[in-house]
Design a protein around this ligand. Structure first.
Ligand code: OX2
Length: 831
């Protein structure tokens, strides 16, 4: 560390310890300074992109000062820290969120106006940071937001993918993927930290250490460097600023000059390209694992750099190793970072010279594991030969962890060979597979599901053997939540000001249960009118968005019926579009006068399908083919419109969600662990049409079952249908049959193309019970329509539901984790 002169030091200290002035003049000057220096612009060639860059970098400078202050503050009080390890952070945009958090949106808007731009347009210049697939990644983003807003000493750790979630185009009704080059423009929301980088090894072999008694050395490995980028996370209404530290693999040092000199140009860059690949792309699979070698390497690069960084920070505290788990809590966001367990054990033994038991005690007091799914295709398993090749030392450690674990099980349940085989971390298939969920359970002090029904199901099914071994207390529930900052205050300022009025101030933004005050206004006619006007405004905005993204005109007087999420069989967008076909047929068969009396409806879909997921892509095609027919049918007009909005992403969700009258969360019972968009819709005054699944169950408990449209079989009934031969042989009911007939008639194009969809909607292929739930689903739709005719009754439900969503703030989720799992305390930073 260079020593500064006292004089320089005191100036510097003085500068960083003062908050920057918050007046408009200072802000305008900071933007102009950035434009004319950093961005090399003058008043004649500045565009709205430049205005965005100037304002965004100006905000970022404020955030960085606070991030540094926060970090130093938590160091000074030697706070226990929590690290949320996640391969995905679906952040979306930051600019608006940051201005609101700092309470400077008006000031920045005025500065932007002075420069000749409109804030709305400037906000639209920002590219989404789409480093995640769906719910799991967005949850991680909401959680770091809550950590920051509630003053917890917590950071996220992740990977800085050069290409995020692919961009989805719809061409002739088909999904076409294009790369997401989100880093083409300067990114104000990351700060490169070249001084923070770690070596990460792959391949090679292990040998007994000559110096460390129980240790091994890892030799002949290929080494890469992971470098840190810090992404500040603004806290709303607090000085506290959190951080997501993202790792990127360094490549420049891998250029092979000697090969270049000998004319071998591709050889000269081969190693660079291999390194680059490691943090190049996000795997675009939601709830699906495909066991690829590159993915394993991504996971290990992430895990190794993170654990090294956490240890380095722990060491600056000067505390003894026995204090490690009092200073550090690590949450594993699904099994993707589960190798961290083996990595920490390796470092403690091979580098720090500990004995196995001492190291293992530290590991198991540090990690906790969140499970997000019970879908078998999502369970991570790594082929043992592949693990052994890429991470030879870790495979050895996993074998040892398993050995000691199985010895423990054997003591509890002697001679139960079956149990040992079922519970072993190593699955005896050919080749053998390492079950990462099992490693995560064995290496963690707590395991949680993400909604009560899901936490119950994992204890009763996929993890029941572990409950036998560890007892029930290791398995807990933490119901998911969403950040009210983004999902109400930012995306729906119109509604936010109504809530502020009801509550009396804006304290609900960080204390969301205060929104219960809304309930007192449910009989206030003027308030109800304004509540409905807000919904109309948001529907108008969505209608505009639909016009500009799809070229379709929709009437905002229609009922807006929305299903937006990843396309997946278990989420049953297929059942939705089949019901749309049914509705279309029904309208077609009506006398024109009667048709006019029906509640007009706009059915909105959006969502990406994994690039290799054939059925999901075919569902998108069917939706678009149906939309084509329905939207161009003159008889139907505004009675029914079908829209597939392309490229669903966080910033699109911010427009779509506030505009729903009804939203659909219709997964087969037992399959959606939680769902989180359901919470966002209700907070924005939308009602839910849903199954008894995931967080729908707890939302029902909170808002009351008379407020919500629930249908379908229950989770415990599902297997009876799934594996029931007699049921498979039963033909679909007449409504569903008529829909199949329509598809087969060729109305939506080549009917053969859609045969696979018909096959998985009835009989033995109907794994997600579309045909079982279809009749009750149609009835639920009728109930929705009936209620919508009575605007008063509808608005009442809308207000009551929104008022009762306090539980679903991610601040509550984070408080639950902090208290029951991490044992950490919030402290408002004092700097
Ligand atoms: C998702 C789950 O499918 C969803 O139900 C849940 O709300 C979300 O995680 C956040 O907990 N990949 N994505 C998920 O699980 C996995 C695995």
């Amino acid at each position: 560390q260079p020593k500064h002169s006292d004089h320089l030091n005191s100036e510097f200290v003085d500068f960083v310890s003062k908050e920057l002035p918050r007046d408009e003049k200072t802000i305008l000057t900071s933007i102009i300074t950035l434009l004319s220096s950093t961005f090399f612009k003058n008043p004649h060639n500045t565009t709205s992109v430049d205005a965005y860059n100037g304002a965004a970098f100006s905000i970022r400078n404020r955030l960085l000062r606070r991030l540094d202050g926060t970090d130093q503050f938590f160091n000074s009080i030697k706070a226990k820290r929590v690290y949320y390890m996640s391969l995905e952070f679906l952040i979306g945009r930051t600019f608006d969120n940051a201005m609101l958090a700092l309470g400077l949106k008006n000031e920045y808007s005025n500065a932007i106006k002075t420069l000749g731009y409109r804030m709305e347009d400037v906000i639209d210049e920002e590219r989404d940071a789409a480093l995640g697939n769906g719910g799991l990644g967005r949850l991680a983003a909401c959680f770091v937001d809550s950590l920051a807003c509630s003053n917890y000493p917590g950071w996220g750790y992740g990977l800085r993918y050069k290409y995020g979630m692919f961009q989805q185009q719809i061409i002739n009704g088909y999904q076409v993927e294009a790369p997401d080059c989100w880093l083409d423009n300067p990114n104000p929301w990351e700060f490169p930290r070249p001084e923070i980088s770690y070596k990460v090894k792959f391949y090679g072999n292990v040998a007994k250490s000559a110096t460390i008694p129980h240790g091994y050395t890892w030799e002949n490995a290929v080494e890469y460097d992971a470098m840190a980028f810090d992404v500040p996370v603004p806290g709303y209404g607090t000085k506290n600023v959190g951080n997501i530290r993202l790792w990127s693999c360094k490549t420049n040092n891998l250029f092979d000059l000697s090969r270049f000199n000998s004319g071998d140009y591709s050889g000269a860059t081969a190693n660079m390209i291999a390194a680059d690949m490691l943090t190049n792309v996000l795997y675009p699979n939601d709830n699906h694992n495909n066991g690829k070698e590159l993915r394993l390497k991504q996971e290990y690069l992430f895990v190794s750099a993170t654990i090294q960084d956490v240890i380095a920070r722990f060491k600056t505290s000067g505390k003894a190793w026995s204090e490690f788990s009092h200073m550090v809590a690590i949450q594993l966001n699904d099994t993707h970072p589960a190798l961290g367990i083996a990595e920490l054990q390796r470092i403690l033994i091979d580098d720090e010279g500990m004995e196995w038991d001492q190291a293992w005690a530290i590991v198991t007091k540090t990690f906790a594991f969140t499970n997000h799914t019970i879908l078998p295709e999502a369970m991570e398993k790594w082929s043992v030969p592949m693990l052994g090749k890429i991470l030879p030392r870790h495979l050895g450690i996993i074998y040892d962890i398993n050995l000691y674990f199985l010895q423990h099980v054997e003591k509890l349940y002697p001679n139960d060979r079956d149990l040992l085989a079922k519970i072993s971390i190593i699955e005896e298939s050919s080749p053998q597979q390492a079950r990462m969920a099992y490693l995560a359970i064995v290496g963690s002090h707590h395991v949680n599901g993400v909604a009560q029904i899901h936490s119950d199901i994992i204890k009763d099914t996929i993890f029941s053997d572990f409950v036998k071994v560890y007892g029930p207390d290791k398995f807990v529930n933490v119901t998911n939540g969403v950040a009210p900052r983004r999902w109400v205050n930012q995306c729906n300022p119109e509604l936010a000001s109504l809530i502020t009025e009801a509550v009396g101030d804006d304290s609900w933004v960080n204390h969301y249960s205060k929104s219960s005050k809304l309930e007192e206004f449910v009989d206030d006619e003027d308030f109800r009118r304004r509540w409905w006007e807000v919904k109309q405004t948001k529907k108008d905005q969505l209608a505009q968005y639909i016009k500009s993204t799809c070229g379709i005109e929709v009437s905002s007087n229609a009922l807006f019926d929305i299903q937006v999420k990843r396309i997946h069989e278990y989420k049953r967008q297929l059942m939705n579009i089949l019901s749309v076909i049914y509705r279309y047929n029904k309208l077609k068969n009506m006398a024109p006068q009667m048709r006019k009396e029906q509640v007009p409806r706009v059915v909105v879909f959006a969502g990406k399908a994994a690039s290799g997921y054939y059925i999901a892509k075919l569902i998108i095609k069917l939706i678009n083919s149906v939309a084509d027919v329905v939207n161009n049918d003159k008889d139907i007009g505004d009675s029914l419109k079908v829209v597939f909005i392309p490229d669903y992403c966080v910033s699109a969700a911010e427009v779509i969600i506030p505009a729903s009258d009804i939203s659909q969360h219709i997964s087969t019972a037992g399959t959606e662990a939680s769902g989180t968009s359901n919470m966002k819709f209700v907070m924005n005054g939308g009602l839910i049409l849903g199954t008894v699944d995931g967080a729908n169950v707890e939302i029902t408990e909170e808002v009351g079952d008379e407020q919500i449209f629930m249908f379908g079989v229950l989770a415990h009934e599902v297997d009876d249908f799934r594996f029931n031969q007699r049921y498979h042989a039963t033909p679909p009911d007449s409504a569903l049959q008529s829909v199949f007939d329509t598809i087969r008639s060729g109305l939506f194009g080549n009917p053969d193309e859609f045969n696979p969809l018909i096959d998985c909607s009835h009989g033995a292929g109907d794994n997600y019970l579309v045909s079982v739930d279809f009749p009750s689903y149609l009835m639920a739709h009728d109930a929705v329509e009936e209620l919508y005719k009575d605007n008063d009754a509808w608005v009442t439900k809308s207000i009551l539901c929104a008022a009762r969503m306090g539980k679903f703030s991610s601040d509550r989720s984070i408080d639950d984790y902090a208290e029951n799992i991490w044992n950490i305390e919030p402290t408002a930073a004092d700097f």
